[in-house]
Design a protein around this ligand. Structure first.
Ligand code: G1P
Length: 309
């Protein structure tokens, strides 16, 4: 029998956030030379590549399909999310069932990922626009894989809860030191209802003197598909790139748009110190290895203090 959706069922279906875009075409210049031949998204954060944490965040939040916007020399990302037959056979032969189970648990089901190429490094707005055909006419999430967020529930889960309540478009924000506002998209808050902030505007990488606040855009977005048309005509902005923030600032004029000050801690893995902080934090909080990690780090710091006396 053919399943026919009633109108309200299909409205609910259309309003669900089912797909997520992960832009992974960036060159990782801030962490060179580590990223000369390894994509920055594949650098390990303790025992997993950074991208795995972001994919886990998306699926945990209920996302069903991930669109990677990728570029040249990034094929190890596709491979990471595929089966590795020889490896699995060898692990089975050695009866290493716990590792096999872990690989299995974190491998997305077949058909739940698409890969499109950005072709030219024209900016984040252009990268998101490249996913338009796969996303189609429905709301979607964007997760920037440079940014890992440690939060319970996850940052995207908090955003989807806010979206189910309010609809519209939602971006995650967090306060940053005032002397760093020129490194981020910054919002201009208008009013606040708990963690939800209504905005008067947003600007990509303002100068420290012109920044409208110190609330930065974290790298997690829920957007309506109308953003794609705006991105098609978006002139180049900050850094000569097509900026997602500029298109969002226009969309805000015609649609509901909220910022959510999420609860959690973010790590900018695109910088060396951010990467180090993430690596150490995830090692310290690791389910099985946390205690050993603490002992190792304590020993290292003690040795370092002793040798610098
Ligand atoms: C991008 C966004 C910016 C956001 C930042 C978060 O900038 O354009 O609005 O605040 O990510 O990390 P990028 O770091 O790619 O220059």
């Amino acid at each position: 029998m053919k399943a026919v959706l009633t109108q309200s069922q299909s409205e609910i279906f259309m309003n669900c956030v089912r797909k997520a875009v992960l832009p992974v075409a960036g060159l990782g210049t801030r962490v060179l030379p580590a990223t000369k031949s390894v994509p920055k998204e594949m650098l390990p954060i303790f025992d997993r590549p950074a991208i795995q944490y972001v994919v886990n965040e998306a699926f945990e939040a209920g996302i069903e399909h991930i669109v990677f916007v990728t570029g040249r020399n990034k094929s190890s990302i596709d491979d990471h999310f595929d089966r590795a037959y020889e490896l699995e056979a060898s692990l089975r032969e050695k009866k290493k069932y716990d590792i096999l189970d872990q690989l299995e648990a974190e491998r997305p089901i077949a058909g739940s990922m698409s890969f499109v190429r950005q072709q030219s490094p024209l900016g984040l707005g252009h990268a998101v626009w490249c996913a338009r055909d796969v996303i189609g006419d429905e709301p979607f999430a964007v997760l920037l894989p440079d940014v890992l967020v440690k939060a319970t529930p996850s940052c995207l889960t908090q955003m989807i809860a806010a979206y189910n309540d309010r609809g519209g478009n939602i971006i995650a924000v967090e306060p940053v030191p005032h002397d760093q506002v020129n490194m981020y998209g910054i919002i201009e808050p208008k009013s606040r209802d708990g963690a939800i902030i209504e905005m008067a505007g947003m600007v990509e990488k303002p100068s420290i003197d012109d920044a409208p606040s110190n609330l930065s855009i974290t790298g997690r977005y829920i957007l309506q598909p109308e953003i794609f048309n705006l991105l098609s005509n978006q002139p180049r902005g900050s850094g000569g790139e097509i900026q997602l923030t500029d298109a969002m600032a226009t969309l805000m004029k015609t649609q509901d748009f909220f910022a959510l000050e999420y609860e959690g801690e973010s790590f900018d893995c695109g910088s060396k110190q951010g990467y180090l902080r993430a690596f150490v934090r995830f090692a310290l909080d690791h389910e099985r290895e946390g205690e050993a990690s603490r002992a190792t780090l304590r020993r290292l710091l003690d040795e370092n203090a002793a040798s610098s006396v």
